[in-house]
Write a protein that binds this ligand. Structure first.
Ligand code: 13P
Length: 251
């Protein structure tokens, strides 16, 4: 991680937890100790957004795990950025691989969501990443660049400070098969280079690119040492007290 970029750790709870379990997570996060040099954000199920925002310390961000692309209307089952902001929440994760691959969200839809969420004043964590067969057939760069291209077209230059990009290779999510620090760094470095060529050098230098996929208390420090890895997006391991080690991985 480069010193000019603040280390960022997201806990993506996915569809896990109930009030009792969430109280447990809030308790270990509140007890810490958390490195004040890490920006920490918890991605919580939508029905618990307000509960978590009220119970978590103000120093810990809260994120929705998805939202729709318009402020309101006849879209049964969806929530809007305006609603997320209305309950005091600052962030949204968009384009997670489970949204793409389980719910069939396209690059175009994800890009529209990113643009709308930013215009409504939310901070956004857009996710990209290749599947195993894409990596094995040498298409990793092609896939992640085209996912990113759709997204950057909807990000106005003055909104980049509200964006944290998550690179999550699909084959590493929930599988215990973490990308090696070298594998992850290789993609992060190429993403930053691509951003410098396709947005500008300043954005490329400043934007945080975090890694997700089977990050644990054991592997987080090696990942954090890589030059272009600015933190992590953590699924399973964010539900357990060991998550504190991941938050503090850059110490
Ligand atoms: P795991 O950490 O459980 O592999 O999940 C990663 C992820 O999808 C975070 O968004």
């Amino acid at each position: 991680m480069a010193p000019e970029r603040k280390f960022f750790v997201g806990g993506n709870w996915k569809m896990n937890g109930n009030k009792k379990e969430i109280d447990g997570i809030i308790a270990f996060l509140t007890a810490g100790p958390l490195d004040p040099n890490t920006e920490l954000v918890c991605g919580v199920p939508s029905c618990y957004l307000e509960y978590c925002r009220q119970k978590l310390p103000a120093t810990i961000g809260v994120a929705a795990q998805n939202c729709y692309k318009v402020p309101k209307g006849a879209f049964t089952g969806e929530i809007s950025p305006a609603m997320i902001k209305d309950v005091g929440v600052e962030w949204v994760i968009l384009g997670h691989s489970e949204r793409r691959n389980v719910f069939g969200e396209s690059d175009a839809l994800i890009a529209e969501k990113v643009g709308h969420a930013l215009s409504e004043g939310l901070k956004v964590i857009p996710c990209i990443g290749e599947k195993l067969e894409e990596r094995e057939s040498g298409k990793t760069e092609e896939v992640v660049f085209s996912q990113l291209k759709a997204i950057i077209e909807k990000i106005p230059l003055d909104k980049w400070e509200n964006v944290v990009i998550a690179y999550e290779p699909v084959w590493a999510i929930g599988t215990g098969k973490t990308a090696s620090p070298q594998q992850a760094q290789e993609v992060h470095g190429k993403l930053r280079q691509w951003l410098s060529e396709n947005v500008n050098a300043e954005v490329a230098q400043k934007v945080r690119i975090i890694y997700g996929g089977s990050v644990t208390a054991e592997n987080c420090r090696e990942l954090a040492k890589e030059a272009d890895i600015d933190g992590s997006l953590v699924g399973g391991a964010s539900l357990k007290p060991d998550f504190i080690h991941i938050v503090n991985a850059s110490q």
